[in-house]
Design a protein around this ligand. Structure first.
Ligand code: NAD
Ligand code: UD1
Length: 347
């Protein structure tokens, strides 16, 4: 399959998963254009991408809610063939406090993108969705046929509604799209030049662990140890961000070279298929960093899912993709990134 030279627009390409995907796209020979308003990322990521990939992608600092600006990017770039759409706000708690901010940002940007894609006949789209659409699953592992549960946050709802909007647009137009439902992306690029960059106090487990280990947080709170799991703590399917990035390449290649049996809109789980408890994650970090992590058990976090992990057989067989990196590698890379960030901060 030779897709080299094909131009791909990556929205949110300066962010955590986007930057790792951009690096892999460039390595595969794609021409990458990034659109990002830097609301949750840092301009200096661009030169770090260039350091890893050997070339700097074209970058437009625009807000996708500004349709004219998006239109101008497509016009200027002329031959965008596909879009990988990461740009969204993603803080669950904040979305509960400011629902309209989330609906406006995540849905208006999507509508603008779909309209402009149609206008420019750029008919391929990879969409960032989330395992949050499954809520608390009735059965494990979760397959793509597992029911989508009523969203428990405006953020989660933007992913559910986003998938529906895209599906309907695929039926009504020439658009072809793949929605990737990520489980829990963690870790960082092996260079430690790019990684997750939480603004303020992290909500997610792994950045909280690494910030505790580096001394930015005094200790980790383990939210609940009375769940019906082997050690009483919640279970998640942690997956290395490089594996998540690789899934986008696989999805893109399916869209650009569609086999006859492919459908206009498809959904795939992106996880490892393994579930780990919070205490197992802590232990893996301690081993990878060779130090003890200060933590204590705190009450359950409201809204937490008890256990969720993916059935990845569909993505393995249809996308010809499989997560490769283990929990130790995830933790080791997250730790390298945190340490390097201290020596060589982005701002
Ligand atoms: P991120 O915040 O690091 O990256 C998102 C990027 O989009 C940021 O660079 C931000 O500046 C940009 N952005 C946001 N709104 C924009 C707008 N209106 N116009 C232009 N740029 C805008 O997040 P991430 O972790 O890389 O997540 C990427 C996508 O994956 C998001 O859609 C997120 O909801 C989804 N997702 C993430 C996770 C996770 O755990 N990280 C899990 C499931 C799904
Ligand atoms: C969160 C989001 C979810 C999103 C997912 C991936 C919430 C309620 N849900 O889920 O919508 O799809 O991230 O980005 O925020 N934990 C601790 N201490 C901490 C932080 C977390 O014990 O300081 C535990 C949590 O209780 C959970 C596990 O670690 O059991 C993972 O938490 P987190 O990284 O926030 O991910 P999710 O809960 O899966």
């Amino acid at each position: 399959m030779n897709n080299s030279g094909i131009k791909i627009l990556v929205t949110g390409g300066m962010g955590y998963i986007g930057s790792h995907t951009v690096v892999q796209l460039i390595a595969r020979g794609y021409r990458v254009v990034i659109a990002d308003n830097l609301c949750n990322s840092n301009r200096n990521i661009l030169s770090r991408i260039a350091q890893i990939a050997g070339q700097e992608p074209q970058f437009y600092e625009i807000d996708l809610c500004d349709k004219q600006a998006l239109n101008d990017v497509f016009k200027k770039e002329e031959d965008i063939k596909a879009v990988v759409h990461f740009a969204a706000l993603k803080a669950v708690g904040e979305s509960v406090q400011h629902p309209l901010k989330y609906y406006r940002n995540n849905l208006i940007s999507l509508l603008n993108l779909l309209e402009v894609q149609e206008l420019f006949d750029a008919n391929n789209l990879v969409f960032s969705s989330s395992c949050t659409v499954y809520g608390e699953p009735d059965a494990l592992p979760v397959t793509e046929k597992s029911p989508v549960k009523p969203a428990t946050s405006p953020y989660g709802n933007t992913k559910q509604v986003g998938e529906e909007i895209i599906k309907e647009q695929c039926t009504a137009s020439n658009l072809r799209s793949i929605a990737l439902r990520y489980f829990n992306p963690v870790g960082a690029h092996e260079s430690a030049l790019i990684g997750e960059l939480p603004i303020g106090t992290p909500n997610n487990l792994v950045p909280y662990i690494t910030q505790t280990a580096i001394g930015k947080q005094p200790f980790l709170r383990v939210f609940g140890n009375d769940y019906p799991t082997p050690d009483g703590t919640c279970i998640r399917d942690y997956i290395h961000v490089d594996d998540v990035a690789a899934a986008h390449i696989a999805a893109l290649e399916r869209l650009l070279n569609p086999p006859s049996e492919s459908e206009g809109f498809e959904v795939f789980n992106i996880g490892t298929g393994r579930g780990n408890t919070v205490l197992e994650a802590i232990r893996a970090f301690e081993e990878a960093s060779n130090q003890k992590l200060p933590y204590h058990v705190a009450p359950r976090r409201v809204g937490d899912i008890e256990k969720v992990f993916a059935d990845t057989s569909l993505s393995n067989s249809v996308l010809h993709w499989k997560a490769e990196k283990d929990l130790h590698t995830m933790m080791a890379s997250a730790w390298e990134w945190e340490k390097k960030l201290k020596i060589n901060p982005l701002v």
